[in-house]
Design a protein around this ligand. Sequence first.
Ligand code: NAG
Length: 391
Amino acid sequence: MSILLLFAVILLAGGARAGYCPSASSLYPCICSEYSTGAYIWCDVSLLPGDGSQVFDIIAGIPRPTTIYEFRISYFGFEQIPGRAFAGLTIKRVYLTYGEKLTTIHADAFAGIGGLRSLLLQDTALSAIPCRIFPTIPGLEYLEITYSSLETLDDGCFMDASNLAVLVLSHNAIVYISPQALRGLKKLKTLELSNNVIEHIVPGTFKDIKLTRLQLNNNHLYTVSAGTYAGLKRLVTIHLQNNRISSVAVGAFEGAAVASTVDISYNNLVTIAAGTFRGLSRVRELFINFNEVSFIEPGAFYGLPRINYIGLWNNERLTSIDNDVFNVTELISTDGVSVNLNGCKLDCQCDIDWLNEAPFTTWNAYCATPPELSTMALKSLKCVNGVMVPI
Ligand SMILES: *[C@@H]1O[C@H](CO)[C@@H](O)[C@H](O)[C@H]1NC(C)=O
């Protein structure tokens, strides 16, 4: 009982120690609330006249030292973040959102901030990553620049960002990643590049990075070259959906040894070449939905011993699949392999009856031809004397 009381007293004392916020009158239009680990300050700069750059005078007026958990500035019209704008403050996260004219971040814009871990720049006009800020914020772990105008990732940009664990660059106009651009990112685990216009990844680009997450979906990739996933031995999912991929080279995924899912849906694949998925010995799910696949080469699904599900939805020209696309002796998935053929227009001849036999099952597989079997489920048919007939 007395121990509980003691705890209560300590908790109360701890609570009372809060009081990170500076006086409210000096902060307008910013508002401040207390967090357990610092002040949360949010400035809606649209309430200030002009471009709102007076907010930097307000920041300059905040007493030093002040511990701030998150400093958020939104709806601003200024074009640059001046040097040492936050110097002397301790701030864990700086979030700058809705600044559609922001083009320039000075090299020392964030210099002098204690403890900065996260920096988010959203809805800006930045066309390049402000590489020169990194030496001044060596503890940065999270960087997000999204809904902006980034175009390229240049060599050596991140050489001084060695503590970065998460880099989010989605919703930009990135067309190219220089093969040496990601060097120095020794601790990077998450790289988000979705919703850009990347056309090609040079093999080796990711080779020295220990990524567990890499998003390349919603880009303009037209091919995946051999060696693209080399070195990504911790990657969990291969996200390539919503690109323009019409070919995947043999060996493209080699190196992604623990990946469990490959998503290459919504692309332009016409054929799936033999050996495409070689090296993916942990993959359980393969999504190839909404492509233009009309032919799957023998050996196409070799090297996928744990495969459990293949989605081939809406490949309207896929009428048949040969049984030697798989190497049956290597399959070790205990619950078999299900193949989803929803929207495919199957030609229900005896040569696809194997899809009804263990370890294979189909989902939503319907015949388009021959005419007498049209619209019938493949599951309801069986090959008898060389012709498919209803069971
Ligand atoms: C099929 O898989 C078995 C077992 O892993 C392997 O020994 C054999 O070489 C494979 N066959 C082909 C043609 O790859």
